[in-house]
Design a protein around this ligand. Structure first.
Ligand code: FAD
Length: 316
């Protein structure tokens, strides 16, 4: 079932979460162990991230360095199929532009359709670690907007190389939004206009980057509505879990902690202290969002369902 249909049919705020494929070589059990504790809150859909290749350099016998592409977290599509099969819940694979030609994207979408997957979250993806800027595949897409356009084309039965109409796919397409602005965008308005292009191209809902100040989400929704973005905007929340997160999350995701949260974090002496602050903050944020009637609250587990469970217990 499509994410938008889940939202339309909901009588109250929905619960959903995102998981990461395990590191290569780990079994699917680690995924189930993360999902099992959250099933009691009846998620309507579970997102599975996509991780593109990284490049490493290996020294050859002759002393020269060989550039090798590796993927540390493969398995997005397989995990989606396994989740749907085991839990009877909708899985939302993330689909990215980076590393994909248009043809590879088309084939990936055909695989998803055959598996009975109705949803995709269409993203550009970040640059790989060895590149300073995002570089699209030679035959791929530069922006998520173009990826969305490709999915919309397939939804109308138009495939890449064929001049005849083929069987249309029927994917519900989500896109990413950034209450605190995407880090590359010149300013928030420019970023909002680009979000509108994604929605105009066919994105049917937006999921936000994590934020820790609800006011930023409320302002973002207001600004989106003001420029004509009318689709549901699902807030994404991340419970802070460890001392490392205190600096890692703002650095990696380009977000700020509000003063009141940073004051609490400064008092923490251990990972356990931080996790407790993360849970309490997450409960506070979720209660307010829930009271505001948001369509769904989407939690970034980042392989930590313990904190998400503690928060969900208070809300759902
Ligand atoms: P875009 O919408 O293409 O935007 C990228 C930048 O280009 C922005 O600064 C935007 O303002 C600008 N822009 C967009 N369109 C145009 C245009 N037409 N003309 C000029 N400028 C434009 N990354 C992964 O690799 N795997 C994942 O699974 C993953 N999951 C995510 C889930 C969520 C909910 C979010 C919020 C992010 C996720 N990311 C993931 C990270 C995401 O890929 C990065 O943030 C990436 O840098 C931008 O992706 P986007 O889809 O927002 O890109």
């Amino acid at each position: 079932m499509k994410v938008t249909d889940h939202i339309k049919g909901a009588k109250s705020t929905l619960f959903s979460f995102e998981i990461l494929p395990p590191l290569k070589g780990k079994s699917i059990q680690s995924i189930y162990d993360g999902i099992d504790p959250l099933m009691e809150f009846k998620p309507k859909f579970v997102n599975v991230t996509y991780h593109r290749e990284e490049f490493i350099y290996k020294e050859r016998e002759n002393g020269l360095l060989e550039k090798i592409a590796i993927r540390k977290r493969p398995g997005t599509v397989g995990i989606c199929a396994a989740i749907m099969n085991r839990y009877d819940v909708d899985a939302v694979p993330h689909l990215i532009c980076g590393g994909f030609s248009k043809e590879e994207t088309e084939n990936a979408l055909i695989d998803l359709q055959f598996l009975g997957i109705d949803n995709v979250l269409a993203l550009r993806g970040d640059s790989i670690k060895t590149e300073s800027n995002f570089r699209p595949h030679k035959y791929g897409h530069q922006f998520a907007q173009q990826l969305i356009e490709q999915v919309v084309e397939m939804n109308s039965g138009t495939y890449l190389m064929d001049d005849i109409q083929l069987e249309p796919t029927d994917f519900c397409i989500g896109a990413a939004g950034y209450p605190e602005k995407h880090f590359e965008a010149m300013n928030l308005n420019f970023d909002l206009e680009n979000l509108k292009k994604k929605v105009d191209a066919g994105a049917e809902y937006v999921v936000t980057q994590m934020f820790f100040d609800n006011q930023k989400y409320f302002d973002f929704v207001k600004a989106c509505r003001a420029i004509g973005i009318t689709v549901p905007i699902i807030p994404g929340l991340k419970p802070i879990k460890s001392m490392n997160h205190i600096s890692f999350l703002p650095k990696f995701f380009h977000i700020d902690y509000p003063e009141a949260l940073s004051k609490e974090l400064l008092k923490c002496k251990s990972n356990a202290d931080v996790a407790q602050v993360g849970i309490e903050w997450g409960i506070q944020q979720s209660k307010e969002l829930n009271a505001a009637g948001v369509p769904c609250i989407h939690y970034y587990t980042m392989s930590n369902s313990v904190s998400v469970k503690a928060i969900a217990k208070e809300i759902f």
